[in-house]
Design a protein around this ligand. Structure first.
Ligand code: DX5
Ligand code: ZN
Length: 217
């Protein structure tokens, strides 16, 4: 049976206190940390890279780190992120010529591999890589920024994948919170990324638990 996992995104946290904010999320029940890596090319924003991840891992020894690679050349960062202590390397297939090669290299370097698609990419594009990856990420906003509106029309991709691949880990990311978690759960997502809804909550533990309960039902 698939586990319901909640992975807060730290993108909209106070990044001047990345360690404290990350530790607080974990203390409040986060199952993993979703670290948004943006290169200013694949998306019109720039965030953090492997040096920052390495320092965070230096202080948080055992939490599960997923990097969401919103970058034009995900192959370039596999080794640095593996060295930084990343557990799950989730990359966008849109800019990649040889997805199989990237998946193989990620696994060769001891990380789990996730394949991600933007709202404009069809789910059939990602279907062919399911057998060589550990998880699929269905974006529910156009990648680049936190705090955007949830795109409900992406749920048909999640439902399609859940119907055809009952044991697949399916992650949703973008605009997910207490007001949108139920349609994610109904569609069949089991890995939930949520940024502003958790970061901005005055009771992070309850918000995390509410979303986990919604998925588990
Ligand atoms: C957007 C990022 C998401 C985002 C989620 O490009 O990939 O992880 O930070 O934040 P919210 O939940 O605020 O949309
Ligand atoms: Zn993300």
């Amino acid at each position: 049976h698939l586990k319901a996992l909640i992975g807060p995104s730290i993108l909209n946290a106070d990044l001047s206190k990345l360690y404290e904010e990350s530790q607080k999320l974990l203390d409040n029940g986060a199952d993993y940390l979703h670290l948004d890596v943006m290169d200013g090319h694949f998306v019109p924003n720039l965030t953090l890279g492997h040096p920052v991840v390495k320092c965070l891992r230096g202080k948080i020894k055992d939490a599960f780190f997923e990097t969401h690679m919103m970058v034009s050349n995900p192959e370039q960062w596999i080794l640095p992120m593996a060295d930084a202590g990343v557990n799950q390397y989730t990359f966008h297939i849109e800019p990649v010529d040889n997805v199989e090669e990237v998946c193989r290299k990620v696994r060769e370097n001891g990380m789990k591999v996730g394949v991600a698609i933007k709202p404009g990419t069809s789910v059939t594009e990602i279907e062919k890589y399911i057998s060589i990856s550990d998880m699929v990420l269905i974006m529910t906003v156009e990648p680049g920024f936190g705090g955007q509106k949830f795109m409900e029309n992406q749920m048909e991709k999640v439902k399609y994948l859940r119907d055809h691949y009952p044991l697949l880990d399916i992650e949703v990311d973008g605009g997910v919170g207490p007001s949108t978690i139920n349609c994610c759960a109904t569609a069949g997502a089991n890995m939930i990324v949520s940024g502003t809804a958790i970061i901005g909550s005055n009771d992070q533990a309850s918000t995390i638990q509410l979303m986990r309960d919604a998925v588990q039902q």
